[in-house]
Design a protein around this ligand. Structure first.
Ligand code: HEC
Length: 124
């Protein structure tokens, strides 16, 4: 009888541990795994983010940087990117999800912007 109780409590502890591990996995932020061999295009992927993330409400010509499609590249490169240290690029960290900027990227948008900088911040 005692052996059975010990076994039962071990089993219960095990189940609790397994469930707590699963829970931690669920609350991980939604940062997608990016296939870095895929080229991120400025025009097709980065420019639409500025509209989707609501940046144009302020950066639509009045407040620098001007992120409208026709102006965005010249407003960002080279002044807001740091090719040697992509994390230090203002276009990445100022509106990053953890920042206190007026409007922020989602985790996946931030990952795309960062990957585009890592790939050389090209006008592609
Ligand atoms: C409600 C208005 C507002 C929105 C929306 C907004 N910004 Fe800003 N942003 C500002 C203001 C004001 C500044 C300048 C002062 C500051 O840094 O807070 C600024 C500064 C910046 C800077 C720094 C520029 C520099 O030269 O130092 C970057 C980069 C930037 N914003 C990017 C973005 C992006 C990308 C988005 C969309 C995710 C965005 N902002 C949304 C108001 C806004």
């Amino acid at each position: 009888m005692k052996k059975y109780q010990v076994l039962l409590s071990l089993l219960t502890t095990g189940l609790v541990l397994i469930y707590s591990c699963q829970y931690e996995e669920i609350v991980q932020p939604d940062v997608p795994h990016l296939d870095t061999s895929l080229t991120i295009h400025f025009t097709d992927t980065i420019v639409p983010i500025f509209d989707q993330a609501g940046c144009l409400n302020c950066h639509g010509g009045n407040i620098s940087p001007d992120l409208r499609p026709s102006q965005a590249y010249d407003a960002i490169v080279p002044q807001l990117v740091d090719l040697n240290d992509p994390d230090a690029s203002k276009i990445y960290w100022v509106p990053a999800p953890a920042s206190d900027h007026a409007q922020k990227y989602s985790a996946s948008q931030a990952a795309l912007v960062r990957a585009w900088i890592v790939q050389g911040a090209k006008d592609n």
